[in-house]
Design a protein around this ligand. Structure first.
Ligand code: PLP
Length: 383
């Protein structure tokens, strides 16, 4: 075992793929401090700047006493009135009959997919879906077919070929993809339900709080609430807090309460986190300016990058700058750090070979002045 570990670490380091953590202080205003240096933080998912919003901190503080921890799992004694209120609020926000709160997005995807699907079933998954979905699929034991990224035509072919050989079918996709900030062809995918019998599950981790009139996500924006059976999302990204949810029909919820192992066998979120999540939803519903400004900044940055000759992708608050080689991406990221920007290079296997990139994750707190300065510094760093 020791030998294997040493070899694996050595190979990762040699290939420029060794991952490590840096202790950092996450600051308000879209900034981060690492050691004695202050950086513009282009590497957080706190898209709306809500992680430091005073109303959310106050809501959490109100629910800190008399007991901090939830004390038990939901089915034992850890299900408070606050949990029920939050689930009602999420269901209304998403426009679905019911919702279930889970402890994290990872737990939600792993637990929900593996609870609903089994050996006789088939799952069609976008090739670039998040690891949590992949792990849920593996755990389910269902047969997996991966369709080409955002390619509803390829999905249609696979459905036609394979669907009938299995009992139940599920199609899973992110709505806004985390690495390229690009958007799933959800209308086309939903339309395939006319000819194929499947359950449609989407992951709105990066769309919640950003898209839609109410800010509930891409499903809302495209008017597909009734076509999508299971809408998963997190409180940990644009909502600035922690935890996750799935919104769906009432029977589906009852079924998950009885079968979803990551829900059943895990202590529920502390009341203060639940209260913070309620406050975050309130802010998203009442303050559309935050998401409007954020998407405006993203459009501006994409235009500037394109006119500077960079390959741009996507249409969201996540802006990838595709560099190519691993070392080139790491080098650029280092030079940007020297100029005061905290970006993380994203390398294979997270993205395809030869498409290493700098992923710029924008926040409401990054004003036009910050982006203008960044473009100047990027030109300087890119030589
Ligand atoms: C972050 C993320 C998750 C996991 O959510 P956590 O609450 O951080 O566990 C799931 N799916 C996608 C697409 C994500 O980006």
């Amino acid at each position: 075992m020791e030998k294997r570990i040493r070899k694996e670490l050595f190979e990762r380091e040699r290939d420029g793929l060794l991952r490590g953590m840096t202790s950092a202080v996450f600051l308000p205003g879209g900034k981060i401090r690492v050691g004695n240096h202050l950086f513009v933080n282009f590497s957080s998912n706190d898209y709306l700047g809500l992680a430091s919003h005073s109303k959310i901190a106050e809501a959490a503080a109100m629910a800190l006493k008399p007991v901090f921890g939830a004390g038990a799992s939901r089915l034992m004694s850890g299900s408070s009135e606050l949990h029920a209120l939050l689930e009602e609020k999420v269901a209304a926000f998403k426009g679905k009959p019911a919702a279930l709160v889970l402890n994290s997005g990872y737990q939600a995807n792993v637990g929900v997919i593996s609870a609903l699907m089994g050996r006789d079933d088939v799952i069609f998954s976008d090739r670039l879906n998040h690891a949590s979905m992949i792990d849920g699929i593996k755990l389910s034991g269902a047969r997996l077919f991966r369709f080409r990224h955002n390619d509803a035509g390829h999905l249609a072919e696979l459905l036609k070929e394979e669907r009938k050989k299995y009992r139940c079918a599920m199609v899973v996709t992110e709505t806004v993809f985390s690495m390229d900030g690009d958007i799933a062809p959800l209308r086309e995918i939903a339309a395939l339900k006319n000819e194929n019998d499947f359950v449609l599950m989407v992951d709105e981790a990066h769309a919640t709080g950003i898209f839609g009139r109410k800010g509930s996500g891409l499903v809302e924006e495209l008017g597909l609430t009734d076509d999508v059976d299971i809408i998963m999302g997190t409180f940990s990204k644009a909502l600035g807090s922690f935890g996750a949810y799935v919104a769906m029909g009432r029977e589906m919820r009852d079924y998950l309460v009885n079968t979803c192992r990551s829900f059943i066998y895990s202590t529920s979120l502390p009341p203060s986190v639940i209260a913070a999540n309620m406050a975050a939803l309130d802010i998203v519903e009442k303050d559309p300016q935050r998401r409007k400004r954020l998407l405006g900044s993203a459009a501006y940055l994409r235009e500037e990058l394109a006119s500077a000759g960079f390959a741009v992708k996507g249409a969201s608050q996540i802006v990838p700058v595709i560099i190519g080689g691993n070392e080139a991406a790491v080098g650029l990221s280092d030079r940007l750090r020297a100029r005061g920007y905290w970006t993380t290079p994203v390398r294979p296997p997270t993205v395809p070979e030869g498409e290493a990139r700098i992923r710029i994750s924008l926040s409401y707190d990054h004003g036009r002045d910050v982006l203008e300065r960044f473009m100047g510094d990027l030109r300087g760093a890119w030589v």
